[in-house]
Each structure stands twice: as C-alpha cells, then as structure tokens.
Design a protein around this ligand. Structure first.
Ligand code: GRE
Ligand code: ZN
Length: 319
C-alpha cells in the first residue's frame, strides 16, 4: 500500500469519454485500444478499484482529447452542455470525484457562459485540448474564456491533442507507422501544448488578465526545463518587452501527469516552486500504481510531498 504523508491524494488529469461526444471523433482520434476505451467509459468499477489499489482518494475528471474542441459552431454549445450535465450527474455528491468542464470553443462567448454555468454547478475549472478547429487558443477570439476564468477564479487546463494535419504530415508522417506514439505523448502532444503555452504568454492575455491561472500537464510540457533560455532570448533587444519567467512561473501551474521522473520534477521545483506543482496520473493512458509508487520515493520532505499530492489542489481548485 502507498506510504504517503498524512494527506489525501488528489489526481487532477484523469480522463473519461462521453459516448455521444466520442461518436463525433474521426481518424486517429476516433478510437483507443480496447482496455483504454473500457476504462474511459467506466466510473464505478475498474476506475474506483484502480484508485483504491494505488491509494488515490479523489480524481478530478476531464474528457479525453480532443473533447469538444473540434465541434462545429452550430452544435458545439448544446452538445458541450449535455456532456457537462452528464459528467455533473456522475460527480455530484460523489466524494471520490470532482470535474473539469468541456467548453464549446467554436463559439467563444458561449464557451465563457458554459464555464460560468458549470463552475456554479461545482466544476473546478475547464480543460481545453489542442487547437480549436485549426486555430491556436491564444487567438483574441478566445479571450472571453480567459476573462471569465479570471473573474470566476478558476484555472484553465491546457491539455494536448493530436497535432494539426500539416504538422502531422511534415513532422511525423514517416515515423508514425513504426512509432505511433511519436505524434502523441512521446513528442507531438508536447510540441503542440508547449507552443500554445508560449503563444499564450506572447499574446498579452496575462497583461489584460493578470490573475488568469493556467495548468499544464506532463511536468509543464518541457517548459520548466527551458524557461531560462526562453526568458533570456525574449529579453534580447529589438522585441516587445515581456518577462516570460514572471508570467510562466507566476500564472502557470503544472502537474505530474505521465511524467514520473525525479530529475524532471526537481527541475520543476527549482524553476517554479513547490506551490505550483500538482499530482496527476493521466489515467487511463497511464496507470495509477507507477504514479503513487514514484511519489513515495521522490526526494522531497513530507510537507512538500503533501503540497503536490493535495495541498496545492485544495487551494487552486478550492477543494
Ligand atoms: C490519448 O489521448 O490517446 C493519450 C493521452 C495521453 C497519453 C497517451 C495517449 O491523452 O495515447
Ligand atoms: Zn491527459
């Protein structure tokens, strides 16, 4: 059994699939291998059993990629509402679960309203997945979502999705047959999500909304390792004035999802501080036991481990 400091364990990037929404997926996004698919549609059997076995008390549940990011504008808002209402019905009154909402980004004002509606129902914020119908989510048309998140004081979790079709072709096509994961968690997801995070900083949205909070999974999608270099390069003469470090280390939070590495975690602690790191697994794409077993042995004191395991989530998500 998981030996942990005296604290609950809250995992915050744990996925499910809504049957109606999943039916809209096509191509590489349409299916996941059988066991993953079974777990994505389960709430009360294997999910709870595997949480118990690994010592996870609470999952903050979110839809898997691409969630509602690729829906057309005419159906996005009503379908997202149904998806969120169904998740709410599962989570409400269940002390093992909390949830992040899916937002209809094809209609940004409606997405902002859906964020507010779901937060009032008890959702902890929202998760967005990769590009919205080919547009990066830093585009000004999406700023109403960030304005509302700031006003409601809830975070937006930026989660990866399959790279854009041109990127897939130019960057990965010749290797995906032998190594399908290269376009996914091995590298493609990371590039898309890190690029979005950098673009969001450059966009000026944090100057307009200084209290906006963004969460990145996978120990920050490489950015904590690169923050010195990005910050220094953007501070060279001839550019607009920006402090990448202040924004990245101030407004961003990162989770441990799918990246259980001591050297990588210690880099994150050194660059971002212990208060900006939260525990997550990325279930069912990654299994729970390696995550909690890893946390048991990370070279941090119990007080710091407790912050990662749940203290920071309690504060950031008001749990
Ligand atoms: C997926 O959506 O298929 C996925 C993830 C995270 C890790 C691996 C993976 O969301 O395949
Ligand atoms: Zn995930």
């Amino acid at each position: 059994m998981f030996k942990k400091p005296h604290c609950p364990v809250i995992a915050i990037e744990e996925h499910y699939w809504d049957e109606e929404l999943a039916k809209t997926y096509t191509g590489g996004e349409a299916g996941r291998p059988g066991e993953q698919s079974k777990r994505l549609h389960d709430f009360d059997t294997v999910r709870i059993k595997e949480m118990d076995e690994a010592g996870i008390d609470i999952q903050v549940i979110s839809h898997g990629a691409p969630s509602t990011q690729k829906l057309p504008a005419d159906t996005a808002a009503t379908l997202a509402r149904r998806v969120n209402d169904r998740l709410h019905a599962v989570v409400a009154g269940n002390r093992r679960f909390a949830a992040f909402a899916a937002l209809p980004t094809a209609v940004p004002e409606a997405a902002a309203d859906e964020l507010e509606r779901t937060v009032k129902l008890g959702f902890k914020g929202a998760m967005l997945h990769g590009l919205a119908n080919g547009t990066f989510l830093d585009d000004k048309r999406f700023w109403p979502i960030y304005a509302r998140a700031e006003a409601l004081d809830v975070p937006i979790y930026l989660h990866p999705s399959l790279p854009n079709a041109d990127v897939m072709r130019i960057y990965y096509e010749d290797y995906v047959k032998d190594f399908p994961m290269v376009a996914r968690p091995a590298w493609g997801y990371t590039v898309e999500t890190a690029t979005l995070a950098i673009r969001l900083v450059l966009s000026g949205v944090f100057e307009k909304h200084p209290k906006l909070k963004i969460i990145l999974g996978h120990l920050g999608e490489t950015l904590p390792f690169l923050v010195w270099r990005i910050d220094q390069a953007l501070a060279r003469p001839g550019q607009k004035s920006i402090s990448f470090r202040d924004i990245f280390c101030g407004n961003f939070y990162i989770t441990t999802s799918g990246n259980f590495s001591n050297p990588a975690l210690l880099c994150c602690v050194m660059e971002m501080g212990i208060d900006h790191i939260l525990f997550a697994v990325d279930w069912p794409f990654v299994m729970n036991p390696p995550a909690t077993q890893w946390m048991e042995g990370v070279p941090l004191c119990d007080e710091d481990k407790a912050k990662i395991l749940s203290g920071n989530a309690k504060r950031l998500l008001r749990m």
